[in-house]
Design a protein around this ligand. Structure first.
Ligand code: DGP
Length: 113
């Protein structure tokens, strides 16, 4: 989708600090980091959010976790980190392209706010 900022990042049409990219998944630094390590991992295909996933997305969505693991290791936060997927405005989703937040480098509390 041309009006989706994450689609534009995936396609190299908008700037981002990309850390990983393959045919299915792209990982890049969050523009407003909420922790010392804050990386977004997205499917290259436009999926609006968790509420719109389909069975055919399962392999790509599983890959988000594999890439998260690799990136966590690369940034030295593999001992503990938090993975977050916000779905819907009231849950904090502001970009309508499914994305996994990888947060690390500080301690986290539970439940989240
Ligand atoms: P969420 O609130 O869960 O939808 O997370 C969206 C995240 O995306 C938020 O932490 C800020 C980040 N973000 C929004 N626009 C951009 C952008 O243009 N570039 C990058 N790198 N991150 C963005």
């Amino acid at each position: 989708m041309t009006d989706c900022i994450f689609c534009r990042i995936v396609q190299g049409q908008a700037p981002a600090r990309i850390l990983y990219q393959d045919e299915d998944v792209t990982a890049f630094h969050d523009i407003h980091p909420g922790s010392p390590v804050h990386i977004l991992i997205v499917p290259n295909r436009h999926i609006v959010g968790a509420a719109q996933v389909e069975p055919e997305d399962e392999a790509v969505l599983g890959k988000l976790f594999t890439v998260a693991r690799l990136v966590a290791e690369e940034f030295g936060v593999a001992e503990w980190y938090r993975l977050v997927v916000n779905n819907g405005r009231s849950a904090g989703q502001s970009v309508d392209h499914l994305h996994m937040h990888l947060l690390g480098g500080r301690r986290f509390h539970w439940p989240p706010g």
